[in-house]
Design a protein around this ligand. Structure first.
Ligand code: HEM
Length: 216
């Protein structure tokens, strides 16, 4: 009697472990603010943010982490010219922060290939160090584009799933096959629309949002 109970217990325990270790880490959602401390949020291209790398003592020092741009001037001892972590500023070096590296190849925003535990550590540093210590001044253009794309994709996805639901509820007629092929066309049209609209958004962002930028 004890043996099956033990087996059941082990099975439940194994499932628990699997669910803990296999669950994909979901990075903290970043919400973009159009205004920060009463000022319009600034949008930075890689070229723009490079001007704030600590080499000009009259300018603040900016650093991008997860696409959010922080004014890290108060950490001049870490980030100023000739300081230990100067390589991290004037750019979005999210990858370097995530994996604790100062190698030139790692001074980039891309973290897509990193394991979950690194992404989790990155989020901890993002919140505990950067959000807590330094003021946000704006966002990297890539984050704004990504958010716009997600917004469009989500709204289109909703439309597609509504259409699917309506189709399922409607009476199946003899020309069902023909209907399904039409439905396929509609979905393709929707996907085309997502691509087209997001292309337009990408094209418009630099003109509409970069216009807010004023050099200090
Ligand atoms: C053996 C190597 C390292 C040691 C002993 C070390 C040590 C430290 C110490 C003592 C601090 C200061 C904590 C504080 O006063 O708040 C710090 C902060 C920091 N370190 Fe390191 N570090 C090392 C390597 C690295 C590397 C490779 C990176 C690359 C990304 C890095 C990135 C940072 C960052 C971003 C901060 C936070 C600065 C801030 O508060 O703005 N460290 N480190």
């Amino acid at each position: 009697m004890a043996a099956p109970v033990m087996t059941q217990f082990l099975a439940v325990f194994a499932c628990l472990l699997i669910s803990i270790f296999c669950e994909k880490y979901k990075p903290i959602e970043i919400e973009l603010q159009s205004e920060i401390n009463g000022e319009p949020a600034r949008i930075f291209t890689a070229e723009e943010i490079r001007k704030y790398d600590g080499s000009d003592p009259k300018k603040p020092i900016y650093m991008g982490v997860r696409g959010v741009v922080f004014d890290v001037s108060d950490g001049k001892g870490f980030y100023g010219k000739g300081s230990e972590y100067n390589a991290l500023v004037g750019k979005d070096a999210t990858r370097a922060v995530a994996i604790w590296s100062l190698e030139p190849d790692d001074l980039v925003p891309d973290v897509n290939d990193l394991p979950d535990f690194k992404l989790k550590m990155l989020d901890e540093t993002f919140q505990e160090t950067y959000m807590r210590k330094y003021p946000v001044v704006g966002y990297m253009d890539y984050l704004v584009e990504q958010k716009e794309f997600e917004k469009i994709a989500n709204s289109k996805e909703k439309t597609i799933s509504m259409e699917k639901k309506n189709d399922r509820n409607s009476d199946k007629t003899e020309n069902k096959l023909q209907e399904e092929s039409l439905q396929g066309d509609t979905q393709n049209d929707n996907l085309d629309a997502i691509k087209k609209t997001s292309d337009e958004v990408f094209k418009n962002i630099p003109q509409t949002l970069l216009a807010q930028h004023e050099e200090l």
